[in-house]
Ligand binder design. Structure first.
Ligand code: AMP
Length: 146
């Protein structure tokens, strides 16, 4: 998928928003949703999406939707810091397959980082799938700081 294209209503994040597949929610408001990544790059890896924008990438997103997504990103990043005490927070957003994007509904990654661990983003297929119960317990820990 290139930078140009049509929004696919069947993409995995659209299905999460429609309640058709499960996710572990950290935070939601009227405009945004934040949930834990199922193939986390580190403990607490979360994704923030707009609930209403059909933007595939940052070139398409409406200014207000982008502002809402970034406000939620900071809010949840603050809670992740309080809950997990990382040394750093990697905020990432990919546009187009050539840049590593695999889901074409704009999303922002929040990846807690600890000193001594490799900070690079792994190819997604290499990531381990997280245990569902462990994600739920972790979400409870982070949500306590929101
Ligand atoms: P990107 O490469 O920026 O498009 O990242 C897509 C991210 O979505 C990857 O980190 C995936 O692990 C994550 N992902 C894919 N499907 C799901 C899902 N059902 N629930 C949570 N995260 C997902």
């Amino acid at each position: 998928m290139s930078l140009d294209g049509v929004y696919d209503e069947g993409n995995v994040f659209a299905l999460i928003l429609a309640g058709k597949i499960p996710s572990v929610t950290l935070y939601e408001d009227a405009d945004t949703l934040c949930f834990l990544d199922i193939q986390p790059q580190s403990k607490g890896h979360a994704l923030v999406i707009s609930k209403w924008s059909k933007a595939r990438n940052i070139l398409e997103i409406e200014d207000d939707a982008l502002a809402q997504v970034m406000a939620t990103t900071r809010k949840v990043a603050t809670a992740i810091r309080a809950a997990l005490d990382p040394d750093g927070l990697h905020i990432a957003q990919f546009n187009g397959a050539a840049a590593g994007q695999t889901v074409f509904h704009l999303h922002v990654h929040i990846v807690p980082r600890w000193a001594g661990q490799a900070p690079g983003f792994a190819a997604h297929a290499q990531g381990q799938f997280a245990d569902a119960d462990a994600l739920k317990a972790l979400a409870q820990e982070i949500r306590a700081h929101l």
